[in-house]
Design a protein around this ligand. Structure first.
Ligand code: PMP
Length: 420
């Protein structure tokens, strides 16, 4: 039945579609951490829209707000006019996220997608510094529009665009292949060596945890040293918190564990609360040097996403989501350690509720087969990393303990089937 249902896609949708190939089914309904298909099958969702559905599918506390808003004929589209929904979102974000952390940022609504926010960050960094280069890291993922792609280190994703992607210089991420301090020495050298052939960049863009890159967690002291290095040289630090922000890593911002105050921060995915499109650039107030209208567009703030996003922030702070993520993270860490003990070639990395099971020592293709077997058994988990050798787990942060356990039971079963 799923093949018959897939026919309109095969007949009429571009070959560029991707995730549907790993997870072939016709999905119809979803609730919490469960996805349902037309043919009656269902899955536990440890993919969660690549970290977009931090509060699960169709959470009641957000759905109620959205329905009330729609019933009252709340504004659905307003360009960037001042609306009550936007005012409420800004006030909630400042009161619930920024103020308690002593952080001061201006909010720029950059459009629906993460890549939109990255584009804005790169452009603003160039405007503010008058320099054009950017340093990005090996393994980085920042999106696939041309500017964001220029700082994305994935050869396959870059191939279609050719090589002339702008002034990005890739420097090594502390992913275990080089000692972390050597990666910093490398950057320091390029910043200060007039003969390296590399100009001082406008900015360094970094993910504190590389998610698409295979769940590599940068050490907190490395992140702090990177910020200090950037400050010493007048280079802006951009943190991309699109996938691991919004409590995914524990704190609301993934950089809290390193005590950073980045110059620019990009957020998207879960910030829209209900899977609704929103991306945000946070700007240190003194860097907000845009001229009015200089970076704008039609979709600069989805009103429903404002309503859902504000409801999510209120709920998360009222219910102590941060402590819950930390507690669940420890539970997952313990469970994954037992799973990794099934074969000495497996490794586990992660924090909070972003985890990876590194299967690279089992050969290319193993993690993809594991993902496929998980899908057959009733679990959605995507692969990540160079050559897709890491199975990635991003359950909704609200997944109950018994469902987390059930999901990892399926991973253990799938692994048992493949290792047999
Ligand atoms: N940055 C990071 C860290 C991401 O994970 C992603 C999406 N996977 C992006 C940027 C790009 O976001 P989008 O796909 O919405 O353009």
């Amino acid at each position: 039945p799923s093949t018959a249902a897939a026919s309109p896609f095969d007949a009429h949708e571009s070959a560029v579609r991707s995730y549907c190939r790993s997870f072939p089914a016709l999905f119809t309904r979803a609730k919490g951490s469960r996805l349902h298909a037309a043919d009656g099958r269902s899955w536990i969702d440890f993919f969660a829209g690549a970290g977009t559905l931090n509060y699960g599918h169709n959470p009641e506390f957000i759905k109620r707000r959205l329905v009330e808003y729609l019933e009252a004929d709340g504004i659905s589209h307003a360009l960037d006019l001042h609306t009550a929904a936007k005012a409420a979102f800004i006030e909630t974000f400042v009161a619930r996220v920024l103020a308690p952390r002593g952080l001061d940022y201006r909010l720029q609504f950059t459009g629906p997608t993460g890549a939109n926010a990255v584009e804005a960050a790169l452009k603003l960094a160039r405007r503010v510094t008058g320099r054009s280069g950017v340093f990005a890291f090996t393994g980085a993922y920042h999106g696939l529009s041309l500017g964001a792609l220029a700082v994305t280190a994935n050869r396959a994703k870059r191939a279609a665009a050719g090589t002339a992607l702008g002034d990005a210089t890739f420097v090594p991420y502390p992913d275990g292949r080089l000692p972390a301090e050597q990666t910093l020495a490398w950057i320091e050298r390029l910043f200060s060596d007039g003969h390296s052939g590399v100009e001082l960049p406008a900015a360094v863009i970094v993910e504190t945890v590389q998610a698409e890159g295979g769940i590599h967690v940068a050490p907190a002291d490395w992140l702090a040293a990177l910020q200090a290095l950037c400050r010493r040289h007048g280079v802006l630090l951009i943190v991309d918190d699109i996938q691991v922000g919004c409590w995914r890593s524990g704190g609301f911002f993934s950089f809290e564990r390193a005590g950073l105050a980045p110059d620019l921060v990009v957020l998207s995915k879960a910030i829209g609360g209900y899977g609704l499109p929103m991306s945000l650039l946070l700007i240190r107030p003194e860097l907000d040097r845009w001229a009015p209208g200089e970076h704008t567009g039609t979709f600069r703030g989805n009103q429903l996403a404002f309503v859902a996003g504000a409801a999510a922030l209120e709920h998360a702070t009222d219910t102590g989501l941060e402590a819950e993520v930390r507690r669940k993270g420890e539970r997952v860490a313990a469970r994954l350690a037992r799973i990794a003990a099934l074969d000495t070639r497996l490794a586990v990395r992660g924090l909070g509720l972003v985890w990876g099971l590194d299967c690279s020592a089992l050969g290319d293709g193993f993690a993809e087969r594991l993902s496929a077997r998980c899908f057959e058994l009733g679990l959605l988990a995507e692969t990540a990393g160079r050559r897709d050798t890491v199975l990635k787990f991003l359950p909704p942060l609200t997944t109950p303990d018994d469902e987390l356990d059930a999901g990892f039971d399926l991973v253990a079963r799938a692994l048992g089937d493949l290792l047999r």
